[in-house]
Design a protein around this ligand. Structure first.
Ligand code: PGA
Length: 244
């Protein structure tokens, strides 16, 4: 696993936006695994800029999101569906609706929804590039500490740490959903190439633990050591100390 400090969130985000753009321009039917959260906002902003400047035809690109909160309708302002519409799909409205895949967190039959999404990933995958953030507790997607390393798409009970961290996007901590539908760790590992991003002091510990531990259920991100093609991009604040 390679870790590269690109100095700032802006530079790292621009670099990753270029990688996604390159993939889509070189391979018009490419498949992208997408992530949400504060980490990714600049990536999508730069990506939309590149797509617009070059008027790239994305009608054959397919996208697969990592996760969605349980109980939120797609139009809910904090749903990941809404997030994706805001930052990418409405901002560059040339993706085909049928090619955009996001788990349905408002499904009445959640287990079946997880199974449907998993089947979709298996039928259509693997994705060419999967982008990932990381939780302060080391989660990737919503795979919290203790998650089975062989897990596929599943319903997750969010931990206190994640609920607290994500309450910054909601009016209050009580409003944060307690569950999510998430690709599992084994699902994530099927990607051909994985790019993880982490910015800010709050992610420093998670990056330190990722880089200094072998694969363990206690730190879900460490499963990435089992993948041959993972790049980790950080800013100065999240970077491991130079003597590590
Ligand atoms: P964040 O979340 O980008 O909002 O910090 C990342 C994550 O929890 O995976």
């Amino acid at each position: 696993m390679k870790i590269i400090n690109l100095g700032t969130k802006k530079l790292a985000s621009f670099y990753v936006a270029c990688e996604l753009f390159k993939e889509m321009s070189q391979q018009p039917n490419s498949k992208l695994g997408l992530a949400t959260g504060g980490t990714m906002t600049d990536v999508y902003r730069y990506l939309v800029g590149l797509l617009e400047k070059n008027q790239l035809d994305v009608s054959h690109v397919e996208t697969f999101n990592l996760d969605e909160y349980v109980g939120l309708q797609p139009k809910h302002p904090q749903s990941y569906h809404h997030y994706m519409d805001e930052v990418l799909f409405n901002a560059y409205p040339h993706f085909k609706k049928g090619n955009i895949h996001i788990p349905k967190g408002d499904s009445k039959h959640l287990e079946e929804e997880a199974e449907r999404y998993n089947q979709l990933l298996n039928d259509k995958g693997p994705v060419d590039i999967q982008i990932l953030g990381i939780g302060e507790n080391g989660h990737i997607g919503f795979n919290e500490p203790g998650t089975d390393l062989h897990s596929e798409t599943h319903i997750v009970d969010l931990t206190e740490s994640t609920i607290r961290a994500n309450s910054r996007y909601f009016e209050s901590e009580q409003d944060v959903p307690k569950q999510a539908v998430s690709m599992g760790l084994a699902s994530i590992l099927k990607a051909k190439r994985i790019i993880l991003l982490a910015f800010g002091e709050k992610k420093k510990e998670a990056i330190h633990k990722l880089m200094t531990n072998q694969v363990t259920r206690d730190i879900p991100s460490t499963i990435l050591h089992a993948h041959p093609n993972v790049e980790v991009y950080v800013d100065d604040e999240a970077a491991p100390d130079s003597n590590e």
